[in-house]
Design a protein around this ligand. Structure first.
Ligand code: CU
Length: 531
């Protein structure tokens, strides 16, 4: 039997990409790993033989009236359908589900303050092709197998357009969602959020990017057009026939697994692709679209990553780093200057794993783009602004052989009454207490926030006496997470504090762990912004 730890080590050997031990707090407990069938050993495939695909920019199909207003807005139609796509030159096409011709789905381009309407349509078959666990909440046999609902991650939207997990719809149905885009520019991403099968639907390919811009950002003269490239990174397991493989546990009738880690790491849908670049500045919009895998990104020649943005948009000023950690659902906005790398091949890697290659040309070019010293002001939120502090535990329950069987937030199930109910426009501090051995990337819908700090603590004292025994000082967020965020890594055996202003639309939203296997097994809670 392979334990989770040995499985991770195995992945680390073949993929070299298991980056998680940077501070030694990301993984640890030897949880059982599921029985695995024969999977394709992708390490035998040639690397850097496929050009990096760039998802197409989707165009609106006309305009429609905005609900509750006299104005009209661009109208898009996104239909989820089965697609086939070659993830590598030497492999047969892989079946996915997508909102476009390939995975990730098409990219939306939007402007801050400008309304957009999207019809999300379910044109999928009646049967799922990945292993549903009918015991999970929302995935009961009484529900249709194939259900989808789209959430625009990072968007401030009315609750009725947020993609509430129980608002799923079956094949043949569609919904129209309204995105007012009353927020600062950022890289958002749309992905499925259907209750109990979210991990399977996203794994199948139901996600894509949505880039929000405004004039302030335009005027910064950052690299743009073909010099601004989305990099959406996601890992998969493939069968020897190059089809998606999602493992199941060895427990009959209970196929759920605690995390999915694949050795095939795709960028924009290709395995270890290459991108031909000019010796100049590029802007990369990076998204970790994996179910559970973290990445620790750096460039092989030590070229600096000039980070200009986090999940929710531009930093006040660029931060220069050699490596950046990304949890599932996090985004980073980086500028890389290849000017001094003429003729070189530079590899983007996650520790020792090669993710993709940049082939720098020898072309004579003049780079007129900028990397400004100042980007967008970000007032630092003060603790004194908060009118309430909530203490929220992240809970993992194991069976006798230390296999996790259930994950909860604050010891509450999805169906328990709502306990987080901030008033609209109020500011709160949410304190995540994580006694588990895992980092849980916690995401709040509808709002953005700032990370206050983290602090090591001793879980047993807290568990038994409800008292904190801290094992070190409060540490500020890492430079790469020091901007506006919507997802925060709550590390193992640490207390992580964020400060949030709930200046969003009143209504019922969710907050959850963005490891999709955790989220599907109860690590998600409704919350209500009270108007
Ligand atoms: Cu989690």
């Amino acid at each position: 039997m392979t334990t989770r730890r040995t499985f991770l080590k195995h992945c680390s050997t073949i993929a070299g990409g298991l980056t998680l031990g940077r501070a030694g707090y990301l993984w640890g407990t030897p949880h059982m790993m599921p029985t695995t069938a024969n999977t394709l050993n992708v390490s035998t495939l040639a690397t850097f033989v496929d050009p990096l695909p760039i998802p197409q920019i989707v165009r609106p199909s006309g305009t429609r009236a905005v609900p509750g207003s006299k104005s009209t807005a661009p109208y898009y139609r996104f239909a989820a359908r089965p697609v086939e796509m070659q993830v590598h030159r030497d492999l047969k096409p892989t079946r996915f589900w997508s909102f476009g011709p390939s995975v990730p789905g098409p990219t939306m381009e939007m402007r801050s303050g400008e309304d957009v309407l999207v019809e999300w349509a379910n044109e999928l078959p009646q049967q799922h092709f990945l292993p549903i666990d009918y015991r999970l909440h929302g995935a009961e046999k009484t529900n249709p197998q194939v259900r989808i609902v789209s959430h625009m991650h990072g968007a401030r939207v009315p609750a009725s357009s947020d993609g509430y997990p129980e608002d799923w719809f079956a094949p043949g149905k569609s919904v129209v969602y309204h995105y007012p885009n009353q927020q600062d520019p950022a890289m958002l991403w749309y992905h499925d959020h259907a209750m109990g099968i979210n991990r399977l639907n996203v794994y199948a390919g139901l996600f894509g990017a949505a880039i929000l811009r405004d004039k302030v950002e335009d005027d910064l003269n950052l690299p743009s057009g073909k010099y601004e490239v989305p990099l959406m990174i996601f890992d998969r397991l493939l069968t020897p026939e190059a089809q998606l493989y999602y493992p199941i546990s060895d427990k009959p009738g209970a196929p759920w697994i605690p995390e999915l880690f694949g050795d095939a790491i795709l960028v924009n849908g290709k395995l270890a692709p290459y991108l031909e670049v000019e010796p100049r500045k590029y802007r990369f919009r990076v998204l970790n679209a994996s179910n559970a895998r973290f990445y620790h990104l750096s460039l092989s020649n030590g070229l600096p990553l000039h980070q200009i943005g986090t999940d929710q948009g531009l930093l006040p000023a660029p931060v220069t780093e050699k490596a950046i950690m990304m949890a599932p659902a996090e985004r980073i906005d980086i500028v890389v200057d290849f000017a001094d790398c003429r003729g070189e091949q530079v590899i983007l890697r996650s520790d020792s794993f090669n993710i993709m290659q940049f082939r720098v040309s020898n072309a004579k070019i003049s780079d007129t783009s900028s990397l400004p010293a100042q980007l967008r002001p970000m007032p630092k939120m003060q603790e004194s602004e908060a009118t309430k502090t909530r203490l929220l535990t992240l809970d993992e329950y194991d069976n006798q052989v230390q296999e996790p069987v259930l994950m909860l937030l604050n010891a509450s199930y999805w169906h328990d009454p709502i306990t987080e109910n901030p008033a609209v426009n109020s500011t709160e501090i949410w304190t995540f207490v994580n006694p588990t051995d895992d980092t849980h990337p916690i995401h709040l819908h509808a709002v953005r926030f700032q990370i206050l700090d983290r602090q090591h603590y001793e879980p047993w004292t807290y568990l038994t006496k409800k008292q904190f025994r801290f094992l070190g000082p409060r540490t500020p967020p890492e430079p790469f997470e020091s901007g506006w965020k919507d997802t925060v890594s709550a590390h193992s055996k640490m207390v992580t504090r964020i400060i949030v202003k709930f200046d969003a639309y009143p209504g019922r939203y969710v907050w959850h762990c963005h490891i999709l296997e955790h989220e599907d097994n109860e690590m998600m809670r409704p919350y209500e912004i009270v108007g």
